[in-house]
Design a protein around this ligand. Structure first.
Ligand SMILES: [Zn+2]
Length: 168
């Protein structure tokens, strides 16, 4: 275990550095910025008269959430989004296409919702605990791993997900 001159210093348990260490929640907050974007992008177009897809360069403008790769890797544990998002689209298509298709969509949605409710019941307490742990995590830029202050060993960034759900 590394020893520090200052009580409040958070040291990396692998390289014993202070200056390469940053709180995970701070990295994610700094690496996720919402803003206006603009630029050139590849776009795909379907040309009806020639019946073919073509790739072209176009410009785009809009707002987006920009997340750095590191912030993405270190993101807090969350439940997957609820399956209700596509509800309106499914209902409309169902009526337009064929009533049995509509009923099938309803069946699928109900099945998805039941599954989701079970998932939430099962995972919510675990995700809550994992999130509390995540809030205490630090990341070492030199070693590319995460750790809890005062604990060894350093956990590789790719194993952070598993680490959050292990009781410590
Ligand atoms: Zn380190």
């Amino acid at each position: 275990m590394c020893a520090s001159k200052f009580v409040n210093d958070v040291l990396c348990p692998n390289c014993c550095h202070v200056d390469t260490v940053q709180k995970v929640s701070a990295i994610v907050a700094a690496g996720t910025s919402e803003g206006v974007i603009g630029g050139r992008t590849l776009s795909s177009n379907y040309n009806i008269s020639e019946s073919e897809w073509s790739l072209g360069v176009g410009s785009f403008a809009g707002s987006s959430v920009n997340t750095t790769n590191l912030a993405k890797k270190l993101a807090a544990p969350e439940l997957p989004p609820s399956p209700q998002a596509n509800e309106m689209g499914c209902l409309a298509y169902g009526w337009l296409i064929f009533p049995p298709v509509f009923l099938f969509f309803l069946y699928l949605q109900e099945r998805d919702r039941t599954k989701y409710r079970q998932l939430v019941q099962e995972w919510e307490p675990r995700i809550k605990t994992a999130k509390e742990k995540w809030n205490c995590l630090y990341y070492c830029h030199k070693c590319d791993g995460v750790f809890l202050p005062g604990q060894v060993p350093l956990v590789s960034i790719d194993r952070m997900g598993d680490f959050l759900y292990i009781d410590t």
